[in-house]
Design a protein around this ligand. Structure first.
Ligand code: ZN
Length: 535
């Protein structure tokens, strides 16, 4: 909606700011970096400012900024009458996609509230699209009053915007980012191709991790700016409210757009997605999409966007994918607690593997194309897996780079629970096919940065993660196991969980029963706490 009102561009000096060096100071998945006090969006009383002078954040080291031109830095106006009912971060995004040029012009309003007790002197964003300099061009940053903010640094995926007026606790500031995205072509092969959630193919354009996102903060208020890694995910995403209006020009006639949350079409070739408590917004477009839809008993709408296969003129494959997703939604709702949104969208992705986003998941066309008409196949496995990420990623966030097992071990063990419930005859097959054949090794609590091959990463985090979860369940019994996962999901909903939160959701007398399994599967088996610190 801001698209048309604010689209007129002023010719302002483009400021190139370089030279920021970010140290990767996010520690390993270790006790020192864990917080049993998660990031909270609860408003706190304003404290005496003199006592809370912010020291430079631990995550950045600044070197002098070089600028090609100087414009007057604008103060960022703080308004402290913020509405506590609103999310701490809110995005209002207008994007215009040129379908033929694979190019997007974006105007992104970002409103950020300081929910810490300290002054905030700069705002940090993670911009994954800027991993490739040819994909992202920051045009300008302005205030709502139109004042240009020129003193920023953009280095790889890290954008830092110093605030001339420090932001006091409970105060908000709004910035407008204008930028251009050039969508990359989806690459062949697994290593590059699995990143096709941000890319286009001959029949699909995928916008995943395309938006600059305000960095999460650790319990000291420091910005979390994870370093990219070619393997796994490294994201640490806070929840926010999103409104994304996407206009498509040069659009093909039958274009369909898949996205999360509430969907509307305010005009021709304009789609509007609204979602609250989300960590990002992913969108997929194609003029070849077919759709199927169902609703779970819990009232969640499950939608499938798939490609018709001319060689297989039945609906068996898409129906299997749709009902696998719906069955998984129903089971995980029963086991883990309510799903956070009204809809979930499954998109057949024109790239290898699968990928989770909030309210939307990709499942590779490989698994649709090769489905053999039986439950014990990859289409079932990956669909059930990606749906599980709606709880272990979307609802309960984690540091996916440092502690990938907190979402992946739970997602793969959800596959076990899915087969156990719906296809118990194939449970043994699952363990053999998915885990045992690889004779996996490696510690489950290893960061992604320690791996140099997908196989080693999957073996340690996923496959041994599944084994660990299964043994933990045997250690403590089903009732305690379900109570644990449900307590963890409830307690950490909408937040970013660390191992201390995960293990700390076990009562202390139950936690000690898991010692042998932890010793076998974790590099740091007793990282949490003395039992008397367990909540
Ligand atoms: Zn996964």
């Amino acid at each position: 909606m801001h698209y048309f009102a604010h689209r007129q561009r002023q010719h302002m000096s483009i400021v190139i700011a370089i030279g920021l060096v970010f140290a990767n100071l996010i520690g390993a998945c270790s006790p020192e970096t864990q917080s049993s006090e998660p990031i909270t969006t609860t408003l706190r009383p304003v404290v005496t400012l003199a006592a809370t002078t912010q020291t430079p954040t631990a995550t950045t080291t600044q070197t002098p900024v070089m600028q090609t031109s100087i414009t007057t830095p604008s103060p960022v106006v703080a308004a402290c009458a913020s509405d506590p009912a609103l999310a701490g971060v809110r995005y209002d995004i207008s994007a215009e996609l040129d379908w033929l040029a694979h190019k997007i012009e974006v105007e992104q309003y970002v409103t950020f509230r300081n929910d810490t007790n300290a002054l905030i002197t700069n705002l940090a964003f993670n911009i994954e699209a800027n991993q490739d300099e040819e994909s992202f061009l920051l045009t300008r940053i302005t205030t709502p009053e139109g004042k240009l903010i020129s003193r920023y640094t953009l280095d790889s995926t890290h954008l830092t915007i110093p605030l001339r007026a420090a932001l006091k606790p409970n105060c908000e500031t709004t910035l407008i980012l204008d930028y251009t995205l050039q969508i990359p072509e989806i690459q062949d092969g697994y290593n590059e191709g699995h990143l096709g959630y941000w890319g286009y193919s001959a029949r699909q354009t995928n916008l995943g991790m395309w938006l600059p996102l305000v960095a999460a903060q650790d319990h000291d208020g420091a910005w979390i700016t994870p370093a990219p890694h070619w393997l796994g995910e490294h994201f640490v995403l806070r929840t926010a409210d999103f409104v994304v209006e996407l206009m498509v020009k040069n659009a093909p006639e039958n274009l369909q757009v898949a996205g999360p949350g509430g969907v509307s079409q305010p005009g021709d070739y304009i789609w509007r997605f609204e979602i609250t408590n989300a960590r990002e917004v992913a969108i997929s477009l194609s003029d070849q999409f077919q759709t199927l839809q169902t609703t779970t008993e819990d009232g969640v709408v499950v939608e499938l966007f798939y490609f018709a296969d001319p060689d297989v003129p039945t609906l068996d494959t898409p129906r299997h994918a749709l009902f696998t997703a719906a069955d998984a939604m129903a089971l995980y709702h029963d086991l883990y607690g309510p799903y956070p949104y009204d809809r979930v969208v499954v998109v057949e992705g024109d790239f290898p593997d699968g990928m989770e986003f909030c309210g939307l998941v990709f499942v590779s066309e490989d698994w649709f194309r090769t489905w053999q008409g039986v439950p014990n196949d990859w289409l079932t496995i990956i669909t059930a897996h990606e749906i599980a990420h709606q709880w272990w990623y979307a609802l309960v966030g984690n540091d996916q780079g440092q502690c990938p097992y907190l979402d992946e071990a739970l997602a793969i063990y959800s596959e076990v629970l899915f087969f156990e419930h719906y296809y118990p005859d194939y449970l043994d097959w699952w363990w053999d096919f998915r885990v045992m054949v690889y004779e996996p090794t490696g510690y489950v609590d290893t960061p992604i940065y320690d791996f140099y091959s997908p196989r080693g990463y999957i073996n340690a985090i996923y496959l041994r993660g599944a084994r660990m979860m299964h043994l933990l369940r045997a250690d403590i019994g089903d009732d305690q196991f379900w109570a644990w996962l449900r307590t963890y999901a409830t307690r950490m909903a909408d937040q970013i969980a660390y191992p201390a939160d995960f293990w700390g959701a076990l009562p202390s007398e139950v936690y000690v029963q898991t010692a042998a399994t932890r010793a076998n599967y974790l590099r740091q088996p007793d990282l949490v706490f003395s039992p008397d610190r367990i909540p």
